[in-house]
Design a protein around this ligand. Structure first.
Ligand code: NAP
Length: 270
């Protein structure tokens, strides 16, 4: 999607995949500015590990504890190269909720999972002044998330819960978000939603997974009459939000969306 938009805007850049082992991350990040890279996206397992190698960190990325977008400033005779870390996952998720017409202010939202992506989602929900309940199979992981992000809201609207507490809170939820990998890859036949728990029908189900397009979690929600959304919109928007940081401009979103959809269709077919 980046290359389609770069070509559309006639910009002299290319976006390429760089498989990098964890052991080589520091070395690679040191070398990329000198090689002419304007920036990179980072994915699993580098989103947290990259932070010690940065010269500066955006406050939202610092609060979330993960970066997915780096901007490089080349070295000058007076200053070494700069590597600045940002997180566009949180604003990509927030922008997608807005695009879906979903307002969460003052409404209970349940976040399933408490890993890196959950932190970005919770940060976005708190910024939108939602009431957030985070569920994890390891309660301490949800508690760590809650204590790291509680200050964002400035009010006790973020709580940590064990998975077994889902039945107690399910009925009140306005939005339920899956941030676990259950529904993709090796877990394609699984859902984080317990099979014996009725789905609250007036609820939006949002799954961060975008491949497959319709996870088991989304199928459960749809069968109960709920609105559903997968992670394709978040993926698209987090990418578009990197452009002002890298290039000082915004991409043509429909061009990016068409390229993304073509790639996702091809990968689902294959
Ligand atoms: P992560 O840091 O590994 O976190 C995964 C979370 O899911 C952890 O809380 C983990 O708990 C939990 N989990 C894993 N297996 C579970 C199970 N069987 N039952 C209950 N909980 C389980 O991964 P991440 O970076 O947050 O990514 C999570 C998902 O979000 C991935 O599917 C990724 O592709 C997606 N994502 C999508 C976008 C987008 O733009 N759409 C952006 C970022 C991420 P434990 O620590 O106990 O295993």
């Amino acid at each position: 999607m980046h290359n389609a938009a770069l070509a559309h805007h006639n910009l002299p850049y290319v976006y390429i995949p760089l498989p990098v082992s964890p052991a080589d991350l520091g070395l690679t990040l040191a070398a990329l500015p000198a090689l002419g890279f304007r920036g990179v996206n980072l994915t699993i397992p580098h989103k947290q590990a990259a932070i010690p190698f940065l010269s500066a960190l955006d406050p939202a990325a610092a609060a979330i504890g993960a970066v997915n977008t780096l901007v490089f400033e080349a070295a000058t005779p007076d200053a070494p190269a700069q590597r600045v870390g940002y997180n566009t996952d949180w604003c990509g998720f927030a922008a997608d909720l807005t695009a879906l017409g979903v307002a969460v202010a003052g409404r209970p939202c349940l976040v399933l999972g408490a890993g890196g992506a959950a932190r970005a989602v919770v940060y976005a929900l708190l910024k939108e002044r939602a009431i957030v309940r985070c569920f994890a199979r390891r309660l301490e992981q949800a508690q760590t998330l809650a204590s790291a992000l509680a200050y964002v809201a400035g009010a006790p609207v973020l709580t940590a819960h064990a998975w077994s507490e889902l039945p107690r809170w399910a009925g009140e939820a306005a939005v339920i978000i899956n941030t676990t990998p259950l529904g993709m890859g090796a877990y394609v036949d699984q859902s984080p939603w317990p099979a014996d728990l009725a789905w609250p029908s007036a609820t939006l189900a949002y799954d961060l997974i975008y491949r497959p397009a319709r996870t088991r979690f989304l199928a459960q929600a749809e069968a109960a009459g709920s609105r559903i959304a997968n992670g394709r919109g978040m993926l698209l928007r987090q990418g578009a939000l990197a452009w002002p940081l890298w290039l000082g401009t915004t991409p043509d979103l429909p061009v990016m969306a068409a390229a993304l959809d073509a790639a996702l269709s091809a990968s689902e077919a294959g």
